[in-house]
Design a protein. Sequence first.
Length: 135
Amino acid sequence: MTDPSNSLTPAMPRELVLRVMPMPADANHNGDVFGGWIMAQVDIAGSILPARISKGRVATVAVKEFLFKQPVSIGDLLSFYSQVTRVGRTSITVQVEVVAERNPANPEVVKVTEAQLTYVAIDHQGKPRQFNQTS
């Protein structure tokens, strides 16, 4: 029987893991924020819960899906929410949703991006490790 206090599959709700506001240097020639900048922020946000659960280093090993639902503008306040969807022996898959708070005079909140990423726990040599091993 498995000890529930030591379970590798925690029941985790969606959690706010990062909040950031893009600056003019993050914009493309159309004035929208670069998709690559958003992808980098999603990767950072997505790694927070896996690093916490694995109690050590993690590395991105897969991006299964990345959807840009609406453009992001300079001055949007972006909130990144992450939820663990799968925990394996050495890997953790998360769903990341990004919402933008925009137009402070007439506030609106819209989902702008969502992605599914998988991270693997690694040791100091960059080799995969099980979660019960410290890095």
